[in-house]
Design a protein around this ligand. Sequence first.
Ligand SMILES: [Zn+2]
Length: 111
Amino acid sequence: MNETNTRRTEITIETRSVTIIRMRRGESNSAFCRNCRAEVPVFDPLAAALIFRAAQDQLAVLLQNGRIHSTAAAENGGGSGGDRAGDAHNAALCSRSLADFFGKEIRCVED
Ligand SMILES: [Zn+2]
């Protein structure tokens, strides 16, 4: 059984796109995300929906399921309570978890 002597070339093409989010100076918003344990840029749900082309309802579900993070609940201090999903519509959403979930790389810059 002779293997035919063909050479196989595999080419892997990786596409990588970075979404640059430009904010007016002083309008960029960041907060401490407890899940990421880091200071992260945050978006309100409308901005997140536009940036990640998602429906706000979808974001609310993801938030509820813990797939994306909200930093808003952290402001209420030391309670042992979880994030309340009802706050989804005025939540400050962790950009890092959004970028991870949607497989998008984002970078926030100030003008
Ligand atoms: Zn986070």
